[in-house]
Design a protein around this ligand. Structure first.
Ligand code: UGA
Length: 354
């Protein structure tokens, strides 16, 4: 079955439409298709400019409500993005993390199996687990999955996602596609603590937030971990390839990533600061030096890290013709600029109110 992008009778359910990925996907669906969107989230501030759009129905309700799951699964395509996905919460709110990343997706998958919807489920690159600094390219259908002791609650999220992947794949009547995103970055990512959220956001937002607030960036365990960052624009292009080619995408797991954008977190901090200085013309001497913190002190007991995580994208190249095109530095420039533009007025406003 094909889904015609120009068919206005198609409605896609976008669960987690108000988040970082959801907000970009919502805009792309509006721009590139004639589809309607049933958008579900508890927070819509990232997409508030679209609240009046006649092609979108917004629902601000919890997924635990059975009637909500029933309504979501009444649509032919269901994209499930909603989840607790910031590492600072994995070891501090473990029960909630497991519920949001296993129980809720499992209930939604069951509802989709019953109704015949195609479920596009966002899992995570974290399912590959505690990868070492020697880890090779991670392949969807080959790589091992290594998780630590039960006390290393950092892996609660990864295990919950793994289990939901396996549960989805076990539902014989369900059409599904599973995505494993590799550190997507771009404008609107996460939040800045103290400005529009509390806690520790993921690394891009954490570093950009520190720079706009003129604070020191924090390097966890010396910033020795490496990540392969993926531009949100490449990620959205990939999702559209999948939507375009359901016959090649159903019952498949795909990494979404860019193996060419690998960098250590320490190098990332230097690069982000360099870009910030170029944009703001701030004297490099005026920056506070990054501070090294231990993972346990920063995130709490039970934190562990994945030291190297590079996606193999062979399968998506072969099946879908996917090739990421956005280099790291370009995406960082766009992101740093967005963080400056978005948060500077909020900081100035806070200062005038003091
Ligand atoms: C994230 C999340 O678990 C998931 O949301 C997601 O699926 C996946 O990875 C992803 O974004 O694709 P992680 O890669 O550890 O996990 O995400 P970050 O919180 O961005 O951390 C990346 C690295 O930067 C880690 O080594 C972390 O310790 C370090 N970090 C983070 C710092 O050194 N300083 C900070 O302020 C924040």
């Amino acid at each position: 079955m094909k889904y015609d992008f120009n068919d206005p009778s198609i409605t896609v359910a976008l669960v987690g439409a108000g988040g970082f990925i959801g907000s970009h996907l919502l805009e792309a669906i509006l721009e590139r298709t004639q589809w309607r969107i049933f958008a579900v989230d508890l927070d819509f501030h990232k997409v508030q400019q679209h609240l009046q759009n006649h092609r979108i129905e917004f629902l601000c309700e919890d997924l635990e409500e059975p009637s909500v799951l029933k309504k979501i699964s009444s649509y032919p395509i269901v994209i499930q993005l909603a989840a607790i996905c910031t590492p600072s919460r994995y070891n501090t709110e473990t029960q909630k993390v497991i519920e949001s990343n296993f129980l809720t997706p499992a209930a939604l998958a069951k509802a989709c199996a019953d109704s015949g919807s195609w479920l596009l489920y966002f899992s995570t690159s974290e399912v590959y687990g505690k990868t070492s600094s020697e880890a090779l390219l991670l392949e969807e259908d080959q790589s091992d999955f290594v998780y630590g002791s039960i006390h290393a609650s950092r892996w609660s999220y990864a295990i919950a996602k793994q289990l939901s992947e396996r549960y989805i794949a076990s539902l014989v009547h369900l059409s599904w596609t599973i995505f494993r995103p590799f550190n997507f970055i771009g404008p609107r990512m996460d939040f800045v603590s103290g400005l529009d959220g509390e806690g520790i956001p993921r690394v891009l937002a954490s570093f950009c937030g520190a720079l706009v607030k003129n604070e020191a960036m924090k390097l966890v365990d010396g910033g020795k971990a490496q990540r392969s960052f993926t531009s949100i624009h490449d990620a959205i292009r990939f999702i559209f390839l999948v939507l375009e080619k359901p016959h090649l995408s159903k019952q498949e797991v795909f990494n979404i990533g860019n193996p060419d954008n690998e960098i250590s977190i320490r190098e990332l901090s230097f690069l982000i600061q360099k870009i910030h200085a170029e944009i703001t013309h701030k004297n490099p001497k005026e920056y506070k030096s990054p501070i090294e913190v231990s993972g346990t002190n920063y995130y709490g007991k039970g934190y562990e890290d994945s030291l190297r995580r590079v996606p193999s994208i062979q399968k998506s190249q072969k099946l879908l013709g996917y090739l990421p095109t956005e280099p790291l530095e370009k995406t960082l420039k766009e992101s740093v600029l967005w963080f400056i533009d978005h948060y500077t007025p909020i900081i100035e406003n806070q200062e005038t109110q003091r």
